[in-house]
Design a protein around this ligand. Structure first.
Ligand SMILES: Cc1cc2nc3c(=O)[nH]c(=O)nc-3n(C[C@H](O)[C@H](O)[C@H](O)COP(=O)(O)OP(=O)(O)OC[C@H]3O[C@@H](n4cnc5c(N)ncnc54)[C@H](O)[C@@H]3O)c2cc1C
Length: 475
């Protein structure tokens, strides 16, 4: 057998289920394929940071595959519509008996895969998809009475139970080196239509699975035990920053769970149920699965629709100038502006800040959550439809298990609570470096102490809060 491995968001060799399978069964060799789809990615709002990082990771994958005698072939097309023919054509021309891939759960990706496997079946070529980007496949974590969970806590309990029934954290798999290369690897395109590949923080986000594993292992050995205390403090390096690697599959969720378990004081499954750093971190991995499972359970989430259908009626203000001030980090709220500058400069934003800025945009400014979701996607290096949509709909109170509509963060007190000394704010807003910490979290004091170059607040928190409450109450 000769197998074609169609890589997508699984850009690694280690613990890659489709690749492992292919190297196990193919006595006539394994070939890899990656298809660049720049027009489609633009339609999905993927920005330069994510696509630049992806491009570098495909290069790193190609080099890593060489060690296994597996060439990576490269194709470029406009949209997913063209992909099935490309896959079929490559499989045919290399006389592959089977095409394997790791499943993607977003609606357009699932439609593309359906078309691809139909074309393969018609041509008499076998195919197989693997649930590699999650620890448990969508549909496997169900309520006792049947149906998908829409609330996280009971979902998490069942998730742990199902994993236990399957023997607990899975063993990691490794591909086998092939005896002979079927053909040579191909060069990546140097440019991609619509993208500026140099607009990418390659100093911050080093490509390749070797680096991703090092990042993960460092976090698990040195910082995971303090995660419960540090994870909400943006000035501290308290989280793993593994999200860009997980989003593109440069590291697998199984590798993440294994790193956590290996460094835990308790044993599985008890460790997953506790409140210490390791347990809380594992909970975040389960949140990731929750949102991925929801994409399949509720396809409208991939189509710009809210989970709570009645919130379709909400009347957003959508003031373009205010939205632009938010995008530029010029709202006059130091914690919001510093957070947005972090996003614009690094392609990543701390989770606590993602919640604060998302709630500010959707509640205080009453801007449609889809505007913010899109802006994040364009700027994030870890942009991931399931987590981004989940986070935005949580913040906007339109989602599943979302914040209740009357829970509206006060950005001044959030800033004081999570960046009391203003260390994070000053790092990203050097113009406020001489402003005392107390003024960074108090609008009246800030008005007296700030330099004239720093904007006045775009809205008054109390008035804006009342406006949001009225808008939601009228639903
Ligand atoms: C408005 C909003 C938008 C978001 N957009 C994205 C996005 O596009 N891509 C993305 O990966 N995450 C997103 N998140 C979730 C979360 O903010 C990031 O995963 C996290 O900040 C990444 O940093 P980390 O790797 O250090 O996380 P850690 O705290 O170390 O967590 C480990 C991993 O768990 C997963 N995770 C953590 N928190 C969440 C969560 N709330 N929901 C789902 N998965 C989670 C991530 O894969 C993360 O890498 C968003 C959250 C909000 C509130």
């Amino acid at each position: 057998m000769r197998t074609l491995v169609w890589f997508r968001s699984d850009l690694r060799c280690q613990d890659n289920l489709a690749l492992h399978y292919a190297t196990d069964v193919s006595e006539r060799g394994v070939v890899g394929l990656f298809v660049f789809c720049p027009k489609q990615w633009q339609d999905h709002d993927w920005g330069n940071p994510k696509v630049g990082f992806l491009h570098r990771n495909v290069q790193a994958l190609s080099e890593a595959l060489e060690a296994y005698n597996i060439p990576l072939l490269i194709r470029t097309c406009e949209t997913f519509q063209d992909t099935p023919d490309i896959v079929l054509d490559v499989a045919r021309s290399l006389e592959c008996d089977k095409v394997v891939f790791n499943k993607e759960y977003e609606i357009n990706e699932r439609r593309r895969d359906k078309a691809a496997v139909e074309a393969l079946a018609e041509a008499g070529i076998a195919y197989q998809g693997f649930d590699d980007s999650v620890l448990l496949e969508p549909g496997s974590v169900q309520k006792k009475e049947g149906g998908d969970y829409s609330v996280f806590t009971p979902y998490k309990k069942t998730w742990i139970q199902v994993l236990n029934e399957r023997g607990g954290p899975p063993k990691l798999v490794e591909p086998k080196k092939q005896n002979k290369k079927v053909c040579d690897a191909e060069e990546l395109p140097e440019t991609l239509d619509g993208y500026d590949l140099s607009d990418d923080r390659d100093d911050l986000w080093v490509a390749g699975e070797a680096h991703a594993l090092e990042r993960l292992e460092k976090f698990a050995a040195q910082r995971i035990h303090k995660y419960d205390d540090c994870r909400d403090i943006p000035s501290v390096n308290g989280t793993s920053t593994i999200s860009p690697y997980l989003a593109l599959g440069v590291v697998s969720p199984r590798q993440c769970l294994a790193a956590a378990v290996e460094n835990a004081d308790a044993t599985w499954p008890e460790l997953a149920l506790g409140n210490d750093g390791v347990s809380v971190w594992i909970s975040e991995l389960i949140w990731r699965e929750f949102y991925r499972h929801l994409l399949v359970a509720c396809p409208r989430l991939s189509m710009d629709q809210p989970f709570q259908e009645k919130t379709k009626e909400l009347v957003w203000r959508n003031n373009e100038e205010e939205f632009q001030a938010w995008c530029d980090g010029e709202t006059g709220y130091p914690i919001i502006d510093a957070a947005i500058k972090q996003l614009n400069q690094t392609g990543w934003m701390h989770n606590r800040l993602r919640m604060i800025v998302a709630m500010f945009l959707t509640k205080q400014l009453l801007v449609d959550w889809r505007w913010g979701e899109r802006y994040f996607m364009q700027r994030l290096v870890d942009g991931d439809l399931a987590a981004n949509n989940g986070g935005w709909q949580w913040s906007a109170s339109t989602g599943t298990d979302a914040a209740p509509y009357f829970r509206i963060f006060n950005p001044w007190s959030q800033g004081k609570r999570f960046d009391g000394k203003g260390e994070f704010i000053r790092r990203f807003l050097p113009e406020l470096s001489d402003v005392p910490a107390s003024a960074l979290h108090d609008p009246d004091k800030l008005a007296q102490k700030k330099p004239s170059s720093y904007p006045d607040p775009v809205c008054d928190h109390k008035t804006a809060r009342e406006r949001a409450l009225q808008a939601f109450k009228s639903l």
